[in-house]
Design a protein around this ligand. Structure first.
Ligand SMILES: C/C=C/C(=O)SCCNC(=O)CCNC(=O)[C@H](O)C(C)(C)COP(=O)(O)OP(=O)(O)OC[C@H]1O[C@@H](n2cnc3c(N)ncnc32)[C@H](O)[C@@H]1OP(=O)(O)O
Length: 738
């Protein structure tokens, strides 16, 4: 029953939004609310009305899955049956009630949920509730009168931060900003009922926009708000539409006229490819949390052991401590431990100085983090995550040491980015306790976590790994144990082509700028320095004889070899005393970086040796050669089975980008052209090794063949093609060396 009504003995009619899991405003709930609410208005026994939500949330907003259906209807049909206009009518109904309507915010009121609360005449909020407008994160705006109601109650800067940046306010902050009338001290429903009985109806739509808000708009506040939003997310189109709605609200326009502007802007956004991409990401991220067959109750994680206090280990330790989980951080040498602790403490001190961390929290963090050299301190931890250097024998040895020092049911995770986890786990008596947890650098910042299942990981290990990700607020993807897992596997051709393009004549700056203009948070050259160049170097050295390998060769290695031989590993130089510290492709000074003339000279030398004449490379070619092979690799992975590396969210992930921005056919054609060029380079120039990342994926070819096939709203052509493909696919191949 989506909207449930009852009448209390004190004459307050209660209408409860009841649509699990988040009381989203799907058409069923809206229709039922519009049938039930008038009954309360007309009931002579009802003196006032309270709107509340069932469960932990007031309301999670409009039903996101229904947007795809709206888009599929097409623009013309959408005009006639616009479900958001329907939602707007629900707001009018509440607003126009002759009886006082109070929202009892039992939990978060988000998007359309916040709009329902603002359509009510007053808001009484539980202390743990919040009010937020996250629509911008879906490439949308509050299309059910939110942009017109919020500036009527809140100061313009608050309204702008909330809607333009999607930042929610907790109950107390919402009260201070005029959005909430009372923060309940006791039972929120009781207090809302009491409030409703003692206050007259007061619709926000009848309020004037405060003069200060109008002055601020006249003084150009909207432009500066827009600049901030655009700076944070340059490719987003929603902020410009949101500004138009605020302009309408704070001008001489009536509430109704403002609502009309809002509806028009919303309609534009809902049809945009950016919004489709962001909605796709929202739903895909949640889909990725559900691993078929992994259904055992996760074990509690009360204490964590981290082995290795380097960049990764330290960052992982921070993730847990910042969520209040005690961590034992172990390393083998005092100086390594001290170095790791120093880095962690300096990061927290930096936050303290900027006012982002309170002194109390800082103290709490310090008390939760225990540095140690003694394996004995792992005796009561529930999970150990090892983050020691990527050397197979070392990993096997530390696994044996962890086994000896932990409880038999403690989980053992390896933060490898490339080693075969089945091989590491095989040294243990009970390999079912093992899984891979591949964090991305810097681990305390990056949102992605790849959990890797081994052949023997138990259901409980895997479910606890997924729960662990949720505990530390990571977006998690469960992947199989194969070369480079998913992230690095897709990154390898991207990084390889970046190096190849530099050799061909593109400048280092040009490569990174082209990638950043596309929307990447960082270019591939800077990324190499950030994650550490020695990873690739060591992996390559580990391979016996590169020249004999015929497959999976990723890009030229001469420059990286030269840099690493001098200890220029980028920002991940292990020994702080070494002169090359902070040097890689770039020279890094604090947040600034410069291309080193020595690197440019070395490149010239490499070209000479290889007989390559530098040529001008267009930005278009750079983008195509960086991303198309990456997409191709994604298809290869999808032949069996996406968040990281800062891929622009407005493009929805590489596969969504391929389908909706470029088209499969163009990608296939370009892969063939660039692949033929790479083959010619390999055949004619003995300095080059063969590469296979331009070799088109069978799934991509199948998608090209099926282009034009009708798909259901919300579904992708890849979904459709994958269904048939699953049966025939050989998988991503066995675990092989780079
Ligand atoms: C004109 C008006 C426009 C709008 O209102 S646009 C929508 C604006 N609202 C939002 O953007 C809110 C999005 N939702 C969230 O931020 C979070 O979710 C919550 C804070 C509400 C809850 O978070 P947590 O408790 O961690 O749960 P979870 O895994 O994110 O979601 C549980 C299930 O609920 C589904 N869901 C959440 N919000 C919506 C929604 N607005 N429409 C449809 N489904 C929603 C998810 O997908 C998932 O589903 P599964 O269990 O199948 O994985």
């Amino acid at each position: 029953m989506p909207a449930v009504t009852s009448v209390r003995p004190d004459g307050v009619g209660v209408i409860t939004l009841d649509s699990p899991p988040v009381n989203s405003l799907g058409s069923d709930l809206v229709t039922s609310f519009m049938q039930e609410f008038p009954k309360l208005v007309e009931d002579p026994k009802v003196k006032a009305i309270v709107v509340t939500g069932k469960g932990a949330l007031f309301c999670g907003g409009a039903e996101i899955t229904e947007f795809a259906v709206m888009v599929a209807m097409g623009a013309e049909k959408f005009k006639e049956t616009n479900p958001v206009a329907h939602l707007s009518k629900m707001m009018d109904l509440i607003d126009a009630s002759p009886k006082t309507v109070v929202a009892a915010l039992n939990g978060p009121a988000l998007g359309g949920g916040a709009e329902v609360s603002l359509a009510c005449h007053y808001r009484v909020a539980a202390p743990k509730s919040s009010v937020g407008f996250p629509e911008v994160n879906l490439g949308l705006l509050p299309g059910a009168q939110g942009t017109q109601r919020l500036p009527r109650v809140a100061p313009l800067p608050t309204a702008m931060t909330m809607i333009l940046q999607g930042k929610p306010l907790n109950a107390e902050a919402a009260r201070k900003n005029g959005i909430v009338d009372v923060v309940a001290k006791g039972d929120v429903l009781e207090e809302a009922a009491e409030f409703a009985l003692s206050h007259p109806p007061a619709p926000i739509s009848k309020r004037e926009v405060p003069k200060t808000n109008r002055f601020m708009v006249a003084a150009g506040a909207l432009e500066s708000g827009l600049n901030t939003a655009v700076k944070a997310a340059p490719l987003m189109i929603a902020p410009r539409s949101i500004i138009k709605c605020f302009e309408a609200a704070c001008s001489k326009k009536s509430f109704r006229e403002g609502v009309q502007v809002e509806l028009e802007e919303f309609s534009k956004l809902v049809f945009s490819v950016e919004s489709a991409a962001l909605r796709h990401l929202f739903l895909s991220e949640r889909l990725a949390q559900k691993v078929p067959g992994v259904n055992e109750k996760p074990a509690p994680l009360k204490k964590i052991g981290i082995l290795g206090a380097g960049l990764m280990g330290g960052g992982i330790a921070m993730c847990f401590v910042q969520k209040g989980v005690p961590v034992v951080l172990k390393d083998a040498k005092q100086e390594w431990l001290d170095g790791g602790m120093k880095k962690i403490v300096s990061l927290w001190e930096g936050q303290l100085k900027k006012g982002r961390l309170s002194k109390e929290k800082f103290k709490q963090y310090m008390s939760l983090l225990k540095p140690t050299l003694d394996y004995g301190d792992f005796k009561d931890v529930d999970m150990v995550i090892e983050a020691v250097p990527e050397i197979m024998d070392l990993k096997k040895q530390v696994f044996l040491d962890i086994e000896k020092s932990t409880k038999p049911d403690a989980f053992i995770c390896t933060n490898t980015s490339g080693l075969n986890i089945d091989d590491i786990a095989a040294v243990l008596k009970d390999p079912s306790r093992v899984m891979g947890t591949h964090f991305f650098s810097p681990a305390n910042v990056m949102q992605l976590l790849e959990n890797i299942r081994t052949a023997k990981s138990s259901n409980r290990t895997l479910s606890t790994g997924m729960a662990m990700a949720k505990l530390i607020s990571k977006k998690v993807v469960m992947v199989g144990n194969c070369d480079g897992f998913v992230g690095n596997r897709m990154l390898a051709p991207y990084a390889g082509e970046a190096k190849m393009l530099v050799e061909e004549g593109a400048t280092i700056e040009q490569i990174d700028k082209a990638a950043q203009t596309f929307g990447m948070a960082m270019g591939p050259m800077a990324l190499g320095d950030l994650v550490g160049l020695e990873l690739f170097w060591k992996q390559r050295q580990a391979a016996n004889d590169m020249k004999k390998q015929t497959k999976t060769y990723y890009g030229p290695y001469e420059l990286t070899d030269w840099l690493c031989e001098q200890g220029r590993y980028g920002l991940k130089t292990p020994d702080p005393k070494i002169k090359a510290n902070g040097r890689g492709v770039f020279i890094h000074r604090g947040r600034e970086k410069f291309v080193d003339p020595e690197v440019v000279a070395k490149l010239e030398e490499i070209r000479k040796t290889k007989g390559v004449t530098a040529r001008p490379v267009s930005d278009e070619e750079i983008v195509e050669r960086l991303f198309f092979p990456l997409i191709n690799e994604g298809f290869k992975i999808l032949e069996v089975y996406i968040y990281g590396y800062g891929f622009p969210p407005s493009k929805g992930g590489p596969m969504f980008f391929a389908e909706n921005y470029v088209g499969f056919k163009k990608i296939l054609e370009k892969l063939k052209i660039y692949g033929a060029q790479a083959k010619e380079r390999f055949t004619k120039n003995p300095h080059y090794l063969p590469i296979d990342y331009f070799e088109p994926s069978k799934l991509l070819e199948a998608c090209v063949a099926k282009e034009g096939t009708k798909v259901f709203p919300g579904q992708t052509l890849i979904d459709v093609v994958l269904k048939d493909f699953r049966k025939q696919s050989p998988g991503p191949g066995p675990f092989s060396k780079l």
